[in-house]
Design a protein. Structure first.
Length: 283
């Protein structure tokens, strides 16, 4: 079985799940280029809890963890199988870090399926999610990502899904495909580190624009897992696609350990629903 790459996706607006644009085309191209995984392990911004856990159910449910969006989005039913035995493999490889087995509380949230529905539309590859432990510092997440790296040799594709810059309070409909200066500065610094010194992203909490770019950490933290994989293996990181949405979201995506596939298409990010972004929309 070939060694799997790893990847980080800026998933942005949930509407990307049902739209076609240059970001979703990049996700599709990635899925077409990667060797077929035995399983996909997703670290999603939207499973942000006070514990480290792995989904361990045979048939994870599709979670629509948002509101205020069109019915068509709620009708997405991405139902790949789970892989309960992967929990034991993860627990072994990250030991002595403790990881719990989630048998029934979570499933596959939109941070995972909004990307996977494009990258692996047949939903026939087992998908497992790893929660983000909200109680832990940056170093913990980097080190846990590094500990997961050996799973790649056993056919596990490690994916982080979030956004390098994610400030919903700063969203501007006047900037559908552009970023504020502070968003661009922070995203470019993250890019420089990912391409030269991946574990350096763990120091970005000292960046002058950090508080604006990362007002809450859950969307940034999945990047640390992929940076940890890159740092542990020395595998090169490449930009899959980049850009901005609504001023305050970065859509940058990275691959680790593979040549970035050719990406076609030049559309914009998915449009937001009419009206102001709903409070708690959790995109």
């Amino acid at each position: 079985m070939p060694v799997m790459p790893a990847a980080f996706f800026g998933h942005g607006n949930p509407m990307n799940a049902i739209e076609k644009n240059r970001y979703t085309e990049a996700w599709r191209a990635f899925g077409a280029a990667v060797p077929r995984p035995r399983a996909i392990l997703v670290i999603s911004a939207h499973w942000y809890v006070q514990a480290t856990a792995v989904t361990a159910m045979p048939r994870p449910r599709t979670i629509h963890d948002f509101f205020g969006f069109p019915r068509e989005l709620f009708e997405v039913d991405y139902r790949p199988p789970g892989l309960p035995q992967l929990y034991e493999e993860i627990a072994d490889v990250v030991h002595p870090t403790w990881v719990g087995a989630d048998l029934d509380s979570w499933g596959i949230d939109h941070g995972a399926w909004s990307v996977l529905t494009h990258a692996f539309p047949d939903a026939d590859i087992p998908v497992v999610q790893l929660s983000i432990n909200a109680l832990k510092p940056f170093d913990y997440h980097l080190q846990l990502g590094a500990a997961l790296a050996p799973l790649r040799e056993d056919g596990v594709l490690v994916i982080g899904s979030g956004n390098v810059v994610h400030n919903l309070g700063g969203v501007s409909r006047a900037l559908p495909d552009a970023g504020f200066d502070w968003a661009q500065r922070f995203d470019q610094e993250a890019k420089q580190m990912m391409l030269t010194d991946p574990t350096g992203v763990g120091r970005l909490d000292g960046h002058r624009d950090y508080d604006l770019a990362v007002p809450t950490p859950e969307h940034f933290l999945p990047l640390l897992y992929v940076a940890g994989v890159a740092g542990a293996t020395g595998a090169p990181a490449e930009v899959l696609v980049d850009g901005y949405a609504y001023g305050s979201l970065s859509m940058t995506a990275y691959t680790v350990g593979m040549e970035a596939p050719a990406v076609a298409g030049a559309g914009f990010a998915a449009p937001l629903p009419e009206g102001p972004p709903p409070d708690g929309a959790n995109i």
